[in-house]
Design a protein around this ligand. Structure first.
Ligand code: BTN
Length: 256
């Protein structure tokens, strides 16, 4: 089992907090007061959390469980942009290190070979309309050999895809680098078109049939990503509807 107990401090990450075990790196980041751009990594989580109240399986040694604490000075309504940036950065980093042709299932599941290998949970603490603190939580199935039966058909790992074990610290280092680049673009405010274009090029849903969760369900073809990260779905009657990740998930045929 390779070790991730090292510091990732650089120009962007001001401090790395390494934990042997924690309930959830996101919960830990929310509860404690950290400076901007702190990275929290844990070897395992006892209560790893996913989107929509799901559990994130977080066994020791075989995965990456990390959260980045950010003070992004964006409005609450713009928080999806952070999700977009994080998904793009992680997907690019995984392709760079592992060459797996990963894509993004909107809003930010990283998928390869039709299965999910990484999930991202973006949470924020707000003051009025402004985001005071945002937490990007990233969970990656790296050297996982087997999955619980109930998620076997939808989950995979870098090991299962390639037959190789990966050094988790190399992947974390690459994510930090790509994330810093895209996040700086987001904060500088003048490259929002590029961020959306990069994301759209990786988004596996575009041009495919999708159906949303929630009530009412919207079904149609995913045709575009809106400037603030919403998925645009063209319904059978030709209308274009924008859906927000805070409200819905999408499914196509099978998991994607
Ligand atoms: C999802 O796809 O549902 C999101 C999964 C996010 C999991 C990561 S692991 C690190 C961080 N801490 C958590 O409790 N969740 C996120």
């Amino acid at each position: 089992m390779n070790n991730i107990k090292k510091t990732f401090d650089n120009e962007f990450i001001k401090k790395t907090v390494y934990l042997e075990s924690v309930d959830s790196t996101n919960t830990y980041a929310k509860k404690h007061s950290f400076n901007e751009n702190t990275l929290i990594i844990s070897e395992m989580q006892t209560n790893g959390r996913g989107r929509t109240g799901k559990t994130w399986v977080s066994k020791p040694g075989c995965g990456i469980y990390m959260s980045i604490v950010l003070f992004p000075s964006v409005k609450v309504t713009e928080i999806m942009k952070l999700t977009i940036v994080c998904g793009t950065a992680v997907c690019e980093a995984l392709n760079e290190v592992c060459n797996i042709g990963a894509k993004i299932k909107w809003p930010n599941d990283i998928v390869a070979d039709g299965k999910k290998i990484c999930g991202i949970l973006t949470e924020c603490i707000c003051s009025g309309e402004c985001v005071e603190k945002a937490i990007c939580g990233i969970g990656i199935n790296v050297n996982t050999k087997e999955f619980p039966e109930e998620i076997q058909n939808v989950a995979s790992s870098l090991y299962r895809l390639t037959g190789n074990e990966f050094d988790r610290s190399i992947i974390i280092g690459e994510i930090i680098e790509t994330f810093a680049r895209h996040y700086t673009d987001l904060i500088s405010g003048d490259k929002s078109g590029k961020i959306i274009r990069d994301y759209k090029n990786l988004c596996v849903n575009i041009g495919r049939k999708v159906i949303t969760t929630g009530n009412p369900q919207i079904s149609g073809t995913a045709v575009d990503i809106a400037p603030d990260g919403e998925l645009i779905i063209k319904t059978a009657d030709g209308k274009e509807v924008a859906v927000n990740s805070g409200e819905v998930s999408v499914r196509g045929e099978g998991y994607i």
